[in-house]
Design a protein around this ligand. Structure first.
Ligand code: NAD
Length: 209
């Protein structure tokens, strides 16, 4: 733990990318992997991968490479210590803006790292520390960052399309504000203020009877 303080931030960030890559390799049934393969998948140099991983001791075996599962578990322990869930917001309208400005999420280790909109007149504007990006930048953003959760804060007619796009990019789950049932195999939590009102008024009515 002590020497973790000395590890440069870019390395820590890359460890997350390695972790996600190993996760995929493991899903594909690949038990051993060389630094070259990890590097190729992520578009970085294999010497960089070896150097980054060497901060944490000798993981790999010469000629055999890394045991995918073992390395994944080790990385999990290293990056899991202070794990934040990385969240993006789709739709920089009323709800999206309010969520980015809400400090409470970060306190609970949900970190909003990006906000995207389809409206070019909004792109480039700031909400807190974040700059609104265009949805065409999503793909590139996913290459450079680990993104786990997407908040869907777009109109009903755009929600399903965005869900499919994000699913293809490797998102892990959704918080959905749009008033539709999303079609996805991934976990979804719907947030519906109208439903809360209905539930409340039902309770009030029952009390009154
Ligand atoms: N669940 C709730 O409690 C609750 C409450 C209010 C609103 N809503 C719903 O939440 C959603 C957002 O509401 P709002 O008030 O913030 O709306 P809004 O109109 O203020 O913002 C929506 C934003 O989405 C953008 N957008 C449209 N298509 C897009 C796309 N394909 N990709 C990215 N951005 C896109 C628009 O440009 C706009 O900036 C709506 O579906 C609304 O019905 C839910």
């Amino acid at each position: 733990m002590e020497n973790q303080k000395k590890i440069p931030k870019p390395v820590i960030k890359r460890l997350g990318l390695y972790y996600r890559c190993l996760n995929r390799l493991s899903d594909e049934g690949i038990d051993f992997v060389a630094s070259k393969d990890i590097a190729e998948r992520l578009g970085i140099k294999s010497s960089q991968v070896r150097k980054d991983l060497s901060y944490f001791g000798e993981f790999g075996k010469r000629g055999v490479g890394y045991n995918t599962y073992e390395l994944m578990t080790k990385l999990e322990k290293i990056i899991g210590v202070n794990k934040y869930w990385n969240v993006i917001v789709i739709g920089a309208g009323n709800i999206g803006t309010a969520l980015v400005n809400y400090e409470g999420l970060r306190k609970e280790k949900f970190s909003i790292i990006g906000i995207f909109d389809a409206d070019r007149s909004k792109v480039g504007k700031k909400i807190g520390k974040l700059t609104i990006k265009h949805i065409s930048e999503l793909e590139d953003f996913f290459k450079k960052n680990i993104v786990e959760i997407a908040i869907i804060a777009v109109p009903e007619n755009a929600a399903q399309m965005m869900v499919e796009k994000l699913e293809n990019l490797g998102i892990k789950g959704f918080i959905n504000f749009a008033p539709i049932k999303l079609r996805t195999k991934l976990p979804v939590e719907d947030v519906d203020i109208t439903l809360s009102f209905k539930s409340l008024t039902f309770k009030i009515d029952r009390e009154l009877k």
